[in-house]
Design a protein around this ligand. Structure first.
Ligand code: TRP
Length: 353
């Protein structure tokens, strides 16, 4: 009862006092340290702020543009939800839900697609990249390999965002254009029908400095095959840490912490005192093996708790379902409010009840 009351109170005040922060994540397979440090940890910190109503959803229908295997998609959705929760997203405070559990999204997508110039989609970068690739290969059909889901992807994303009158949308650099498209569509809708029905979201770009180095020193990325998965057994994780690239300087040689992949990673996991101490040891001279061992231990102390929590959740999908269901019903309360104003604005209304 207490929880219910608190929640209702929050819904009541949220439109005036609370800032709505919304982001979506596409299930794409195993989450790695780069995803965690670059995107998830800052998003969780944003959602956990006092005056923020966070909405975080699993963009399962966005994945359908590329994932055409039921078992894979199903598994990836649970995996991603469990990962966010295990890493500290609080489902009491933040609405966490599956995109597919909010059918209003798809209604709004249609409405927005009727406002969207086709040319706007031609300029979307994911589509353009495929066309350019086809051009290079001198294919006769420049749209080869493009399904309509991929083509309409930015409109679905606009619906995800605009449905909840999001104030801020934290995303990586590659998604900025999509949020701009959402703003364009919102503006167009408001211009045609009525001012201020749809709120224009602000994009929050996740910082470049958070580009996390991978095993070979390039940006940690699945496409470079240089990642450290966020949840793996300690023995395996240690083996990977031992593989991180270092230079050929000897154990006694003084080292520069500012040009060291190991130090960059260590900073993210160790306490400020440990970091200071490590910088000191670099200057004095330290063998790379010791740095790696300390890095591994710092990672382990941050990630071992969440790893256990992740395993528990993956072994209890009923609980995951329950959390996601609860999140979607809370999210839908907000969606209904916007949709009613949108329908009225466009003339899809009924007389009487
Ligand atoms: N397209 C985003 C990505 O690939 C995921 C996404 C879908 C999203 N809908 C969104 C992100 C709405 C922010 C807001 O990363």
């Amino acid at each position: 009862m207490g929880v219910l009351f608190e929640h209702e109170l929050k819904v009541g005040v949220c439109l005036s006092l609370m800032k709505t922060v919304l982001t979506g994540v596409k299930p794409t397979g195993r989450i790695h340290i780069g995803n965690y440090l670059g995107a998830m940890r800052p998003a969780i910190a944003m959602c956990n702020q006092e005056n923020v109503q966070g909405l975080l959803f699993i963009a399962d229908y966005h994945s359908l543009t590329t994932v055409h295997n039921a078992e894979t998609l199903n598994h990836m959705v649970y995996d991603l939800a469990a990962t966010w929760l295990a890493l500290g997203l609080d489902p009491q405070q933040t609405f966490i839900y599956r995109q597919s559990d909010v059918p209003e999204t798809f209604e709004l997508q249609w409405i927005l697609s009727c406002m969207s110039a086709k040319g706007l989609m031609n300029r979307a970068h994911a589509y353009k990249a495929i066309v350019q690739e086809n051009e290079k290969k001198a294919k006769s059909d420049l749209d080869d390999g493009v399904n309509m889901g991929l083509y309409n992807y930015p409109i679905l994303m606009a619906a995800d965002i605009l449905l909840f009158s999001a104030d801020e949308v934290p995303v990586g650099e590659d998604q900025v254009q999509h949020v701009e498209i959402a703003r364009d569509l919102a503006e167009k809708f408001n211009r045609i029908f009525a001012e201020e029905v749809i709120r224009l979201p602000k994009v929050v770009v996740q910082k470049e400095s958070k580009i996390v180095p991978g095993l070979d020193g390039r940006k940690m990325s699945k496409s470079y095959d240089n990642t450290i998965p966020v949840f793996m057994e300690p023995k395996k994780m240690r083996q990977l840490v031992m593989k991180i690239k270092t230079d050929s300087s000897g154990p006694e040689d003084p080292k520069d912490p500012n040009s060291s992949i190991l130090f960059d990673l260590y900073k993210e996991f160790a306490t400020p005192e440990q970091v200071e101490e490590m910088a000191h040891r670099y200057h004095k001279g330290i063998g790379w093996g010791y740095v790696k061992q300390d890095l591994f231990e710092a990672m382990e102390s941050t990630l071992s708790g969440p790893r256990e929590h992740y395993k528990e959740l993956m072994n209890n999908k009923d609980e995951l379902d329950q959390i996601l269901k609860e999140g979607s019903s809370r999210a839908r309360e907000r969606a209904a409010e916007l949709m009613s104003r949108v329908r009225t604005a466009i003339g899809i209304t009924r007389r009487g009840k």
